[in-house]
Design a protein around this ligand. Sequence first.
Ligand SMILES: NC(=O)C1=CN([C@@H]2O[C@H](COP(=O)(O)OP(=O)(O)OC[C@H]3O[C@@H](n4cnc5c(N)ncnc54)[C@H](OP(=O)(O)O)[C@@H]3O)[C@@H](O)[C@H]2O)C=CC1
Ligand SMILES: CCCCCCCCCCCCCCCC(=O)OCC(=O)COP(=O)(O)O
Length: 310
Amino acid sequence: MERVMGGGLLPLVLAGAVLLLYRVLVRLRPGAALQDAVVVITGSTSGLGKECARVFHAAGARLVLCGRDAARLQQVVQELTASSAGTQKKTYTPSTVTFDLANTATVDRAAEQILNCYGQVDVLINNAGISYRGDILDTHLSVHREVMETNYFGPVALTQALLPSMVRRRSGHIVVISSIQGKIAIPYRSAYAASKHATQAYFDCLRAEMECYGIPVTVVSPGYIRTNLSVNAVTGDGSKYGVMDKTTAMGRDPGDVAQAVLKAVRQKSKDVVLAAPLPTLAVYLRTLWPTLFFKLMASRARKERKPKEE
Ligand SMILES: NC(=O)C1=CN([C@@H]2O[C@H](COP(=O)(O)OP(=O)(O)OC[C@H]3O[C@@H](n4cnc5c(N)ncnc54)[C@H](OP(=O)(O)O)[C@@H]3O)[C@@H](O)[C@H]2O)C=CC1
Ligand SMILES: CCCCCCCCCCCCCCCC(=O)OCC(=O)COP(=O)(O)O
């Protein structure tokens, strides 16, 4: 035993202790201050985006809320303003910018409007997104394009429009809400998983390229969250899915996930997985034992296959 400790085990134990200490220190380091920070949130009319608006507003950020529906954005502004009435903390009435992320031609104009709100952006949270349900054999190419426009090209266009001002100031922070499906692909989610894999890759490249300017990039990959994502999902023929899936209904509370996003922003985390143990393990399985992962996904596809109408 002594020989083992002296020879091979001791360096391993020491390495483990150093790693543990590093993780504890990372957790304990003071986070970035968000009081007065200009935080832009896309998709802030519902679900996770609305909850992010709540927690960043409560943290004293100057918000620019983005969405497609001006009236619903104003509703969120009113709710936030009412929620902070009488509190000690200095909070700001959020600004709003209305645009459709899937129409990338309008994104440059929207970015100008965003910059005009406070003259700078400190944190951009690319949250807006849509999901998809469908069999590849029955899915129109236009549906793949629609999901890619919203989940990938929209955030890329907005990020690229806002980056030059961050680079000039050598300051800013880019966040994207991806999904665990940006790391593993599951059957009947082709368009969604593809858009989130593309998102992961683009923002990983961006992180590397922005390091020299001191601009952190955070990719957040949640598992199921209790929002209207499945209800709003698009199907293979372009119609709305319209069903609250059990997995979504039993998902994590969006307020808790928003708190985790706030923490990731404060700590300038690079890549955060916010999923249950099984999907998190599946990410490792995909890398370490892909043949088993592919077998499990094929079996899942067989079980979930819808019988064809003759
Ligand atoms: N819920 C979940 O299980 C999970 C969600 N995510 C991700 O979280 C993010 C937020 O989704 P979630 O809150 O769950 O779902 P919701 O459907 O509740 O919210 C989606 C938001 O995105 C907005 N949006 C959709 N399309 C566009 C568009 N073309 N232009 C502008 N805004 C648009 C919606 O606006 P409008 O109200 O106008 O439709 C809405 O505000 C998404 O990126 C999603 O992929 C990741 C993992 C799990
Ligand atoms: C070492 C043992 C590992 C065992 C792994 C077993 C394989 C388990 C597969 C798990 C698949 C989980 C899928 C999770 C999907 C998810 O949480 O997606 C989040 C979303 O983005 C939700 O979008 P959706 O539209 O699909 O509701």
